[in-house]
Design a protein around this ligand. Sequence first.
Ligand code: KG4
Ligand code: ZN
Length: 340
Amino acid sequence: MAGPGLFLGIETSCDETAAAVVADGSLVRSSQVASSAALQSRYGGVVPELAARQHVRALPLVVAATLEESGVAPADLTAVAVTQGPGLLGSLLLGLTAAKALALAWDKPLVAVNHLEAHLFANAVVSPVVHPSLALLVSGGHTGLFWWADPRHLELLGETRDDAAGEAFDKGARLLGLGYPGGPALERLAAAAVPPWPPLPVAWMPGTLDFSFSGLKSALQRALPERAAAGEEERAGWAAALQAAVAAQLTDRLSRAWERRPVRHVYAAGGVLANRYLRRELDAWAARRGVAMHVPPVGLCTDNAVMVAAAAAAHWPSGQVGLDAAPRTPWPVAASTDAW
Ligand code: KG4
Ligand code: ZN
């Protein structure tokens, strides 16, 4: 059977400008990512207007580079796929407008993709996704656990009640005097930690699979003022404690979901899972249960367009939108279920 074809993916929901060509939802022909993180770091976080302006500059170059790298001519494409949401409104608008212009100029269908779902589909380019399975999304803006019934259906089992795990990393990093982006800097600092480190509280949330990460920031805030002159070693300990507390919550929710629904495959994704400590903890959790834990390579955990093209292919031929499509943010990826 012929696959769904060749998709050009475009991703601009935050501060990465990305384009990729993927064949049949699984074969990466090319992938380009330009990040304005270095520029944003001067301001300690993402400045939405700055991100949008960078997308205007970078997107034409990134699209041209990915087409050249793939050797694919626009005429060969099946469709142009783009992140419609959720994300920063101005950034989404730029990607969507560019995708519309390309679809119109090349006379190709336009496919709209949910960014959160797309993160999970990064796994599809590594190996075919097995259903039903559990899916764990750990990104900068969202943390959620899903029942992945089939390629087109995710059910929400639990989500964060306050901060996403990525926010906990970014806010924790700021409190520890690290720059933006906080996650990678915090991981580097934690690598120097010498055990034992002080524990940070874990929100166990009995009776629900929801998450809560805002307590980590408050606990760090309380702990740090008395230690204004905290040395490198002590700060490293707090960084390691934060990683451990996030990992404990993720694996606890996975355990409770898995006890009710003992699937063979778990798919995890999202920028926070670029973190090697978290990857190791998830692997260890799965190994103890004989479960296959799938986490995409680091470059496909953080924002990219491969995942956008892969998600579009999984839905094809549905997902097509007209030239009147507008950004969708917020845009929940799945309805919640009480059936866990
Ligand atoms: O998925 P993503 O690229 O963007 C969103 O869709 O939100 O995730 C970005 C988040 C940021 O909070 C960033 O600090 C975090 O992922 N992150 C990390 C690491 N690399 C990126 N967190 C912990 N350790 C890392 N190495
Ligand atoms: Zn993302």
